[in-house]
Structure formats: C-alpha cells, structure tokens
Design a protein around this ligand. Structure first.
Ligand code: PLP
Length: 417
C-alpha cells in the first residue's frame, strides 16, 4: 500500500500535470466540468472493489449491503430531482445509457429519427459506424438553413416520411432549447416513442432553468459529468411502463457489474444538484454563455468573419461560425489553446470544411461557472476570445495568456489538493 508516487511515478506525474493544466487554463469545453472534492473522494474509494451485478435487494453477489444503500440514494435523489417515475443509475457512460435505451425500446432493424450528426446530433443518435447506425434504420432531421434552429414542421415532415419507431430529441452542439411538447405530439402522430437525451442540459433542467423533457418523454437519458458536474457516467429516467425493460437492457443487456464507486459519486452529485448553490451556479453558467455570445456578436468581431450561430444562446454554450473567417476551426482551437483557453472545434451545419478541421468552435461555460466565474470574469473571458479570433494569426498570444493567468490566479482550482 505504498503511495502512487512510489508505485508508479509515471502515472503520478500525469495526475500532477493534469491538475496543473486544469488549474492554469480556462476550461471551456462545453461537455466538461470540475467535480467537487466530495465526488473525487467517493469515486476514488474502496467501493471500486465491489462486484454488485443486479439491482439493490436483488444482487447476484453477496456483501452488497453497503453498495445497495449508495445505489438507492442515487436513485431516490435523481427521481426527486427530475420528477421521474423510474431511474436507472447503472450506465457507465452516456453512450452506454443510450445503447440501453434503444435496446429496451426497439429491436434491431427498427427505425429511429434524430438530429443530424453534422447539425449537432450525437454519435449514438444514428451515426453510420456507431452501434446506433449499424443496428437501426436511421433517419435524420436537420436545422433550418437560414435560422440554424430546429424547425418542428421539418421534424414532423421527416417523421411522416421515415415513420420512426423512436424519435430522439437531444443534441451535443445546439445553442437553443427544444420544444418537447411538440416532439411529443409528433411522436404520438406517427406512433413513435419519444426518447430525450438531455446529456448536455441536464444540470440546467435540475436547476429549473431549462424546460424539463421528463414529463413529455417515454425515456430520458443523460450523462452526469457535463452541466450536472458529477462523475463521468450516465443514467436513465423512464416512465414506469418501461422500468423493467430499461433495467434489463442495462443489466444484463449491455453491462455486467455496475461501477459502485461511480454510483456513490453520482449520489453525491445529485445531492449537490438539489442545493441552492447549484441553482445559482447554473444561472451563472447561462449568463456567462450569453455574455460570450453577445461579445462575439459585436461589430468588430463580425467584421473579421466571426459570427454566432442562431445569433445567441439559451443554454450553456455558444457555437461560433468561422465559415467567413480566415481561421478554420482547428486554427481557432489552437490559437485559444496557446492563449490558455481550452475549447473544441466543432462542425457547423452545412460546413464546407472536413470534420477534422471544421468551421466552428463550441464554447461552454459550465466549468468556469463551477470555478466561481460571474459576469465580470465572463466579460473578460469573452473579450480575450473576441480579441484572439479577431486578430487571428497576428494575435498577441503573450498578452492574451497574461490575461488568462490573472483570471486563473484569482480563482484557484482545488486549493486543498
Ligand atoms: N449524449 C449526448 C447528447 C452527448 O453529447 C454525449 C457526449 O458527448 C453522450 C451522449 C455520450 O456520453 P459519454 O461520453 O459519457 O459516452
């Protein structure tokens, strides 16, 4: 039981290096966050030793009395937080939750309809080489070519043409709220089930700052590590009539033993998500995204060919359109990286550049809101990004890095680690 630094100095150095990287840069990948140390503690615990195939009270292994308590707490907290009838907290990740949802609702060869990957959909919503594209007959709806918003008339038209068994509402890169009631109506009209994947915006829903898909959807899946800010993992909410099918699709359908250390950490994250502090943080997340969109919308930046898709945001991210900019997505991502800001390049709808390069950036605020940033800091971040994108190759990276360093110093991350 020697310490990590002694057992494996190379991995210990990775941990130290990563902590320093997280502390010294501005994390703006929309799907990332900083978990509380209480989550780190639960996740890095002896619960990692425990096998617990099955569900609380119905395990295939002995010695599950403690982990049963953890799983029941996670389930009860998620049920209350989202007003769900049934909860399954065992999916190891968002993708595995999604595989279980389709496994539960339909059979291979059946039809699904989701948002086009190139327009902000997720791999598990029907991408060709993903399990979803290989096992199911995939149709897609896109965003409107002028507004870049999802037009519910176009969704209805696609549903009437494709006649899906499952309609998917949800996205990985889309800056607006979805109309879940309209999705429900369309699903009912074509006899489809409605599955919402709220992986990105679940934290906003938990805080009551975004409409909830749960009352409208047969099944809702999510990750825990994006806006919720918990451990990297997934969970599923379902109407009672799908409870048994969902549970057997997760185990034994898709997974073996659940990760009990992660489930305990999920319970902690759901407890935190019910607090007033969490709601206040989600509000800062939204405000920050709006500040960034507003700054990038100003004339000096627009003059450099940079624009904001849909003209703004009502979630935790802004999508930047670089189709008219001399910078492509890769160059813009690299430039911000050099200044100490981490974002990811992202294809914009109708992107002329290849997926490895892209013409867009996805800029998210959850991690910085967790770090404590408010309007003043987000205004400064927005200006650093605007200055960089406007200047492009001639940006003064040293000056930008100095501004980033000032912010990271003012808001220390994990000071007690
Ligand atoms: N669903 C959506 C909408 C996502 O954006 C993501 C992750 O990016 C996932 C599912 C998959 O989550 P994970 O990476 O945990 O498998």
């Amino acid at each position: 039981n020697a310490p990590l630094a002694q057992v494996d100095p190379e991995i210990a150095a990775v941990l130290d290096g990563e902590l320093a990287r997280q502390r010294d840069t501005l994390e703006m990948i929309a799907s990332e966050n900083f978990v509380p140390t209480a989550v780190l503690e639960a996740q890095g615990s002896v619960l990692t030793n425990k096998y617990a195939e099955g569900y609380p009270g119905k395990r295939y292994y002995g010695g599950c009395e403690q982990v049963d308590i953890a799983e029941n707490l996670a389930k009860d907290r998620a049920r209350t937080l989202f007003g769900a009838e049934h909860v399954n907290v065992q999916p190891h990740s968002g993708a595995q939750a999604n595989a279980a949802v389709l496994h539960a609702l339909i059979r291979p060869g059946d039809k699904i309809l989701g948002l086009e990957l190139a327009h902000g959909g997720h791999l598990t919503h029907g991408m060709k080489i993903n399990f979803s594209g290989r096992l199911y007959d995939v149709g897609a709806y896109g965003v409107d070519p002028t507004t870049y918003r999802i037009d519910m008339d176009a969704v209805r038209k696609a549903a009437l043409e494709h006649r899906p068994d499952v309609i998917i509402a949800g996205w990985s890169a889309y800056p607006r709220q979805l109309d879940f009631a309209a999705f429900r109506e369309i699903a009912d009209e074509v006899g489809a089930k409605l599955w919402t994947d709220m992986a990105h915006f679940a934290g906003l829903v938990a805080a009551g700052l975004h409409p909830s898909p749960v009352p409208h959807s047969d099944v809702t899946s999510s990750t825990v590590h994006k806006t919720i800010g918990g451990p990297r993992s997934g969970f599923i909410l379902a109407r009672e009539e799908y409870a048994k099918k969902i549970d057997s699709a997760v185990f034994p359908g898709q997974q073996g033993g659940p990760l009990m250390h992660v489930i305990a950490a999920k319970a902690v994250a759901f407890k935190v998500a019910a607090s007033d502090g969490f709601k206040e943080r989600q509000q800062r997340t939204l405000d920050g995204a709006r500040i960034i969109a507003d700054r990038l919308n100003q004339a000096d930046v627009a003059g450099a060919g940079v624009s904001v898709l849909t003209g703004g945001t009502d979630v935790h991210l802004t999508l930047v359109d670089l189709r008219d900019s001399p910078l492509d997505g890769q160059q813009a991502e690299d430039l911000l990286h050099d200044a100490g800001i981490t974002v990811n390049r992202n294809a914009v709808p109708f992107d002329p550049r290849p997926p490895r390069v892209t013409s867009g950036l996805r800029i998210g605020t959850p991690a910085l809101a967790t770090r404590g940033f408010g309007d003043t800091e987000f205004t400064e971040v927005a200006d650093i990004i605007a200055t960089a994108l406007k200047a492009g190759a001639s940006a003064d990276v040293d000056a930008l890095s100095a501004r980033v360093a000032k912010l990271t110093a003012e808001f220390p991350l994990y000071p007690n680690l």
